[in-house]
Design a protein around this ligand. Structure first.
Ligand SMILES: Cc1cc2nc3c(=O)[nH]c(=O)nc-3n(C[C@H](O)[C@H](O)[C@H](O)COP(=O)(O)OP(=O)(O)OC[C@H]3O[C@@H](n4cnc5c(N)ncnc54)[C@H](O)[C@@H]3O)c2cc1C
Length: 495
């Protein structure tokens, strides 16, 4: 049955905006349903790094690159775990999508693209960042979208939550059930229903269910990332992909009042700051050479720690000698004394010790173990072994940067967790982005793009840098400009 709307886009974020814009440009009658009071979704918080090969910015810097090379590197970093056909679509479409962003006013940070180390690095500078991170992307996407709204080609309904999908007798989907801004329930029919509702990395109940049991810690995701699109499609029998692929990001300090949110970052990336501290699990043992250059190796090692938790342990000598380990995100959020912001330096951080859970100091290692719950014998042995390694220059874990022993009280321990930025599991789709039931059966009328497909789709059980946001925009663009079909589109193509 043909519905009222040619395209109903559920969620106005990085995927939904280009999907709606391009479909409207092709003459579709588009409805965008957005739960919050503004479009943009995760773009307000996203780091916004975008990997694209063969861009004008690369050519201007004399960087030789190609989508083929990008493809090879994605498959290398994902250890073959990414979906090859859709990686191909993403990398082939990336330079065109990126150029479209530039043409739409995207402001690239001078000197970009670069090689970054927050994720496993690419072999060539391929990471493009906007001057205002994700917000730069939104600033480029929004004018084109607004223009189609002004022309009446897109109808935008804010504060409207998609709560259900309408199933056809043939087993497809031809509409949605929403709760309107005024609380009314409404059924809306459409030819193409596109799920662009984002991930689930703000849903603490759903997160472990879709992440192999791993808990949600230190989340940075958009609060609207509740996984609704995934849940609704699964109620229609959709297949899930990647629930065994969860990877935490290494590593952060959570808000003790709500461990699902992160408040403080520390520099655990050796390319940015060589470690002076040691990282120990609750058993008191180190689980990785702290200066391991591969972030993928560090993240995989962290998976073995109960609750993705470890303690960063150091002593007074290191505190005095080392460059600052702490990066202030919003530490003032923890300062209940009313005295204002505590600066994110070692000195400022000192105010947190023994006041804020997870910041512990003690005159001896035994007392530190008691206060933190770290196994005491394990911690004493680990520190003794480590100090022996510092003295001999040969660390038992293979660490190379051994500037100082951990030997001078008071001792410090700061609790860290692997934290959640994005959702790894998502809806199974075919190469046309149709949502699939098990047995490679597409659900007629139902499409999906963006984080609702899960990070693992293009990353496997790893983080491939810049391969969430730009592919999300690309998939939205391709849905709107090529894939979705409706009566008018068929007529226009025939003319
Ligand atoms: C802190 C952070 C940093 C990141 N950094 C990077 C990076 O540097 N590079 C990179 O490649 N990726 C990065 N990502 C990931 C990337 O930004 C996201 O995966 C991507 O922006 C998601 O786009 P989306 O359109 O799928 O979802 P979103 O942008 O989240 O949009 C979904 C929209 O759907 C709406 N919605 C949700 N449920 C409903 C409902 N039931 N009804 C109606 N509307 C609904 C939401 O309000 C939202 O507007 C980062 C993510 C985070 C959280």
């Amino acid at each position: 049955m043909t519905g009222t709307w040619d395209v109903i886009v559920c969620g106005g974020g990085s995927a939904g905006i280009p999907c709606a814009t391009f479909a409207a440009k092709r003459g579709a009658k588009v409805l965008v349903l957005e739960h919050s009071d503004r479009i943009g979704g995760t773009l307000y918080v996203s780091g916004g790094q975008m990997a694209a090969a063969g861009t004008k910015a690369q050519k201007e810097k004399g960087i030789e690159d190609s989508p083929d090379r990008h493809y090879q590197e994605v498959m290398r970093i994902s250890k073959g775990g990414a979906r090859a056909d859709l990686v191909r679509v993403a990398v082939d479409g990336a330079p065109q999508t990126f150029q479209w962003l530039l043409d739409s006013g995207f402001q690239l940070t001078p000197g970009h693209p670069i090689v970054t180390y927050g994720h496993e690095p690419y072999e060539v500078p391929r990471t493009h960042w906007g001057v205002e991170n994700g917000v730069s992307v939104l600033k480029a996407l929004k004018p084109g979208f607004d223009a189609e709204v002004a022309k009446g080609n897109i109808t935008l309904r804010l504060n409207t939550e998609v709560q259900g999908l309408i199933k056809t007798v043939q087993g497809g989907v031809d509409g949605v059930i929403v709760r309107n801004a005024d609380g009314r329930r409404e059924e809306i029919k459409g030819t193409n229903i596109v799920l662009t509702t984002g991930g689930y990395a703000s849903n603490k109940q759903l997160f472990p269910v879709l992440s192999g049991g791993y808990p949600l810690f230190g989340g940075l995701a958009n609060p609207q990332s509740q996984g609704t699109g995934i849940t609704l499609a699964m109620m229609q029998g959709a297949e899930l992909w990647g629930s065994d692929c969860y990877m935490p990001t290494f590593a952060g300090i959570t808000d003790p009042r709500d461990p699902t949110r992160q408040v403080i970052g520390t520099v655990t990336t050796p390319q940015f700051r060589q470690p002076w501290e040691i990282f120990v699990g609750v058993d008191g043992k180190r689980f990785i050479a702290e200066d391991t250059p591969s972030v993928d190796a560090r993240e995989h090692a962290l998976l073995s720690q109960p609750d993705l938790t470890f303690w960063v342990v150091y002593d007074e000598g290191i505190r005095k000698a080392a460059p600052s380990f702490f990066v202030d995100l919003n530490f003032h959020a923890l300062d209940d004394s009313g005295s204002g912001k505590i600066e994110g330096t070692n000195i400022g951080i000192m105010a947190a010790f023994d006041k804020i859970p997870g910041f512990v100091s003690a005159p001896t290692l035994a007392e530190l173990a008691k206060k933190t719950g770290i196994n005491s014998a394990g911690l004493e042995k680990t520190v003794a072994d480590y100090n022996k390694g510092v003295a001999s220059g040969t660390d038992s874990m293979g660490r190379k940067h051994l500037p100082k022993p951990v030997s001078e009280g008071p001792y410090y321990a700061v609790r860290h967790h692997g934290f959640a930025v994005v959702s790894f599991a998502g809806l199974a789709v075919n190469s046309k982005l149709q949502v699939m039931r098990p047995g490679a059966q597409p659900i007629p009328g139902l499409y999906a793009a963006g984080e609702v497909l899960g990070k693992s789709l293009l990353s496997g059980k790893s983080f491939v840098g810049g391969m969430s946001l730009l592919p999300t925009i690309t998939f939205g663009r391709l849905l709107g400009s090529q894939i979705l079909q409706w009566e008018g589109a068929k007529r226009a193509a025939a003319e």
